[in-house]
Design a protein around this ligand. Structure first.
Ligand SMILES: [Zn+2]
Length: 314
């Protein structure tokens, strides 16, 4: 089978690469996403594609989009992260620029596909993935296929409601899972605890600029790994919400594995253990209902482009 080209388009970076049929990344190019959006971003994607085509004249090109994609994988329904992309027929626009057919896919779906084919989910046909970042990206593999739904937008698991009348979400609703279990939620908890009690939080604060506002996710992870109680409590809080959310998701989808990705999963068992405990505690018909394995994603930031290249090839 031939190589394929994958291009991961984010709000800040466009990352492209040539990917083998075994999921290996042979080469990659990264450029900034033009802030003016629209056709400037299309030009940047076309430029990355053209450079990669000089390395490998593959006929298959896939592109990830951080937003809703139409079920025919040609048009962006909506994205909050790139100006001028809502309703854009990306596939046709890029065909004009590079003369090749292009498949587009939601970024979280593409990353899940890579983990399913080549990563933490390999060998398992019923998988849920949650990528914890600014929000929560979700995806579902059901019986070996990406779950797309009637309109192409299934698997938006970050917007499952966890708390009635809870925190306002970027989607316009209240109480969504991503408001309680994303990387942003971890930071909100950590900064709040650091602000309330800087003395107790000194093991977290020493890794940054010393202010609560300067705390980053990696500072909380490092402090937790060092055994700091406050940092561990931040992960326990996140894990309690995340596990409860996963229990509801599993009641619908019954996966064998739930793959957790994003920067916070660098904390490994410090995050996964409280999540697993909460999942078991919130699973209906406790003790009788099978509980899936929780595993960390392994393909990192390249998962999206590796996954979308494979989808384009098929
Ligand atoms: Zn939401």
């Amino acid at each position: 089978m031939s190589n394929a080209i994958g291009i991961d388009v984010g709000g800040t970076k466009v990352l492209g690469g040539v990917v083998t049929a075994a999921g290996e990344l042979l080469s990659s190019i990264k450029v900034d996403t033009p802030s003016e959006g629209g056709s400037a971003v299309l030009d940047a994607i076309a430029d990355v594609a053209t450079q990669l085509l000089t390395q490998d004249n593959s006929s298959c090109i896939g592109i990830t989009i951080p937003g809703y994609v139409s079920s025919d994988r040609k048009t962006v329904i909506g994205t909050p992260n790139i100006d001028g992309f809502n309703g854009l027929e990306i596939s046709a626009q890029l065909q004009k620029r590079i003369g090749k057919d292009v498949l587009i896919e939601n970024d979280a779906n593409a990353a899940l596909w890579a983990e399913y084919k080549f990563g933490a989910g390999a060998g398992h046909d019923n998988i849920v993935a949650l990528t914890l970042g600014t929000g929560i990206g979700g995806g579902v593999i059901n019986a070996g296929q990406l779950l797309r739904g009637a309109f192409g937008v299934a698997g938006e698991l970050g917007h499952v409601r966890l708390v009635q009348d809870g925190l306002i979400c970027g989607c316009g609703m209240k109480g969504c899972l991503e408001q309680y279990a994303s990387g942003t939620a971890l930071l909100r908890t950590a900064r709040s605890l650091c602000s309330e009690n800087p003395e107790a939080a000194k093991s977290i604060l020493k890794h940054g600029d010393g202010t609560a506002g300067g705390v980053l996710g990696e500072h909380v992870t490092i402090a937790a790994r060092e055994g700091d109680a406050l940092a561990i409590e931040c992960f326990n809080t996140l894990g309690r919400f995340l596990g409860a959310g996963i229990a509801s998701i599993c009641a619908v989808l019954d996966p064998s594995h739930v793959i957790i990705g994003g920067g916070v999963v660098d904390a490994a068992e410090i995050l996964l253990k409280p999540t697993r405990d909460s999942l078991v505690a919130h699973t209906p018909f406790s003790g009788k209902h099978p509980v899936p394995e929780l595993v960390a994603a392994i393909l990192g930031n390249n998962a999206g482009l590796i996954g979308v290249a494979d989808l384009a090839r098929n």
